[in-house]
Design a protein around this ligand. Sequence first.
Ligand code: XMP
Length: 518
Amino acid sequence: MRAGWTPSLKHDTVAVVNFGGQYAHLIARRIRELGVYSELVDYEQVCEDYMRRVRLKAVVLSGSPMSASSANYSVVSEILKLGVPVLGICYGHQLLATALGGCTEKGVGEYGRTKIRVLTKDTLFESWNLEEDVWMSHRDHVSSLPSSAKVLALSENNVIAAFKLKDKPVYGVQFHPEVSHTPKGSLLLSNFLFKIAGCEPSWRPGDVIEELIAEVRRKTSGEGKVLCAVSGGVDSTVTAVIVKRAVGERLLAVFVDHGLLREGEVEETLAMFKNIGLNVVFIDAKERFLRKLRGVKNSEEKRRIIGEEFALIFKEIVEKDPSIKWLAQGTIYPDVIESGREKHSAKIKSHHNVACLPEWLGLKVVEPLKYFYKDEVRKIGEKLGLPKTLLRKHPFPGPGLAVRIIGEVTEEKLKIVRRASKIVEEELQGAGLYEKVWQGFAVVSDSKWVGVKGDSREEGYIVIVRVVESSDGMTADYVRLPYEVLDRIASRIYKEIEKVTMVTYAITPKPPSTIEPC
Ligand code: XMP
């Protein structure tokens, strides 16, 4: 299934079998935070020999929007054959119970903070009190256990909250130990990893840099130049620095200004590259992007045009220099998993606007960060000695401000969104909140709001401020900013930016909204 370096061959690995639950990534991240390497495995791929080839120490079954049914019983029997400890969470708990001869029924469900009573002392609950709060999110529940299992805990509603097989380290928990609302969840996971599965906590992303460099060197094996598009963001910069250390002067790093960057970003990014010793070819492509975007209102169309223009620029570069054979991309772990799962999910936005680029250009791909989560990429960047300002930078979409301008991208709207975004960032920094939030930015709307500026009527733009917290961008909630911070942001925007007559704050979580408006 995989060639070359993979952490799962060298480190104790926990496979999280992904049944499509919203917390599957979070389970893997929590396990990695505890120092054990963890990977998501699609439930349809469990039978592949991957599980037998890696240093597998345990398996976790994730939650799911599905109900436990016989369709997935074979997954359970394949997993039990591996002979490693198993922990089923929510749907995983129900699936284990039913596949082994118990029953699951629909009920009223339990949602949010719930009390459970631990009935049987077991290593899984070591250092737990007999009564603890946990986070539940389920409608179905296990109504009877197989005869091979015993109850470990009951919820305040007498629902089976945890069980264990009598003669094997196979566990089910109805609640979510991976979410922070289960105060002792991390302790339960660490009991499972270290006391039950005997994992060694050897996973420290900052320690694998030399292996990543060696792998890039091995893969590109002395042949041809490596092209790397750098945006000034964390993922592409860390990628370029690793590739540079691997191939030296054979790296061709390119920074394209598509005219949709934030205020001062071109100058700051070029200075940062200089400061870290990365030679970069700068391409000023503002005019060609903005010309192509003229008159275009539809957001997917804007993304398509920007992706296509990027591809054309890279094609021109490759045509001029046929010694370029490789494309280095800053793909990170959630991107790999999400794109692999596209068959199961509806396309919401064309995020990966350069996804088809390598095939189209006839280049081979090297992706040194494809096993890492964003927080791990930051740790690698820290170990590489990259500046804090870069590592703490908020994620910024490839199509730039085009997706923060609702409707047509015009010079006027660009000017407004640039200034307003800068104000949001400055005020978050001033309040000491910038590094605590996932993203904070401004959006300019296509609609107008009648205002009074001076004594006259003025139809001005609506600016929407969006500040969200998130752990991976896949779900998000708005940040409850203090009123004083909101006041300062709003008043600076409507006072300092001409033609803005309304500032609003976006308070819808993801889902149902997405983070960016387009
Ligand atoms: P949405 O808007 O889909 O965004 O909730 C989730 C996260 O992804 C970022 N984002 C992008 N990143 N290219 C990127 O590299 C894109 O086209 C793109 N669109 C959104 C967004 O900023 C958020 O962090």
